[in-house]
Design a protein. Structure first.
Length: 262
């Protein structure tokens, strides 16, 4: 889950900051709770604690004819849909902060693991970067000026993102040893691109979100339609999500790794 708030000068703001110009959920757009066990053991607690809320509004789909499918992970016909209140990243932040409060968990927010090494003792030594250098889209020249700091020694490492297994040129790389990275790198995943748009005047649309039966566009959502974001941002912000077909073709057309600089 990823949520980004941006000031008028382009600087990033905290995920809960007020008075920002732009706000977008640019990763996961919503989640569903179809399984009864999930509803009973997790969703009910998250709703009670106001970590999430049901996302309501006018949902629709764009299709040339009724035979086309515009289904986006069960949207718009298999709700209800839920979002973190104040942005999708609010849910994992709330879960982690609660776990840190209830236990001895040490939470290092704003830190990206950049190096993983196995010590002779069997423990794992992690190093990481923080600040702007931790962001994926920070300029390479700026990020390269920051040296990773030691984060500590750990008994177990859990990898939750396939991108962490990429080589060091990839900004999301966690510097995993090849014997570990090779077991993760081949796992299948769906690549999607997002484009973020902001309009000075609200678009004359009633829709909170819509899916599309299109080769390029798969889904679009209005930030202000989501719970806790009704009055965030000066502009009418929209997140557009591509189809997997389009993303795969673009990655093939424009390699992520620069052939000259690496």
């Amino acid at each position: 889950a990823a949520h980004r708030r941006v000031l008028s000068d382009g600087e990033y703001a905290a995920a809960s900051a007020e008075g920002v110009d732009f706000a977008f959920d640019h990763g996961c757009q919503f989640f569903r709770a179809d399984a009864p066990r999930f509803q009973q053991e997790l969703l009910s607690e998250w709703l009670r604690k106001r970590w999430v809320a049901e996302w309501t509004g006018k949902f629709s789909s764009l299709r040339n004819d009724s035979t086309q499918s515009a289904d986006f992970f069960g949207f718009p016909n298999h709700g209800p849909y839920y979002c973190g209140i104040g942005g999708m990243s609010a849910l994992p932040i709330s879960i982690l902060e609660h776990a840190a409060f209830e236990s001895k968990l040490q939470l290092k927010s704003g830190v990206r693991v950049a190096g993983t090494a196995r010590l002779s003792s069997g423990k794992w030594l992690l190093s990481g970067t923080s600040g702007r250098a931790a962001f994926h889209d920070t300029a390479e020249e700026e990020a390269a000026r920051v040296s990773p700091d030691a984060l500590g020694e750990f008994d177990v490492v859990i990898v939750t993102d396939v991108s962490a297994s990429m080589a060091g040129w990839h900004r999301a790389s966690a510097g995993l040893p090849e014997e570990m990275a090779s077991k993760i790198r081949g796992r299948s995943r769906i690549c999607l691109f997002t484009a973020l748009f902001a309009f000075e005047q609200p678009l004359p649309l009633d829709e909170a979100a819509f899916s599309a039966a299109d080769d390029t566009l798969w889904f679009a959502a209005r930030t202000r339609s989501k719970p806790g974001l009704e009055n965030v941002g000066k502009y009418d912000c929209w997140t557009l999500v591509s189809t997997a077909k389009y993303a795969a073709a673009e990655i093939q057309r424009v390699p992520m790794q620069d052939p000259t600089t690496g």
